[in-house]
Design a protein around this ligand. Structure first.
Ligand code: ZN
Length: 98
């Protein structure tokens, strides 16, 4: 006796987000959320800060592309030198940890 159902693919509900640098759609947990706040653009590790958010892969290429303009566009803001420094610092600290 076969219990096979129809061939329809099973749809799992994993939240998907788009990396603003490479445009790949990924499960949310593989991406880092950046959030625009009145104080600047911050990494949102919990993914819970209010504000306009954008997602990036934690990879050199995506991170660099993000800091070079993709993030500004996605967040509809202009990253300040301070923002860039903070985000670069975050990236470095994570890479060095691993
Ligand atoms: Zn990416």
């Amino acid at each position: 006796m076969s219990k096979a159902k129809s061939a329809a693919p099973r749809v799992k509900h994993v939240p998907q987000r788009t990396c603003v640098a490479c445009r790949a759609v990924q499960a949310k947990r593989t991406l880092v959320r950046l959030v625009r706040t009145p104080e600047g653009v911050f990494v949102d590790e919990q993914g819970k800060r209010p504000g306009r958010g954008a997602y990036l892969h934690l990879e050199a290429e995506c991170w660099q592309r993000g800091l070079r303009g993709a993030l500004d566009k996605a967040l509809r803001t202009a990253l300040t030198a301070e923002d860039r420094e903070r985000l670069e610092g975050y990236y470095r600290s994570v890479v060095e940890k691993n």
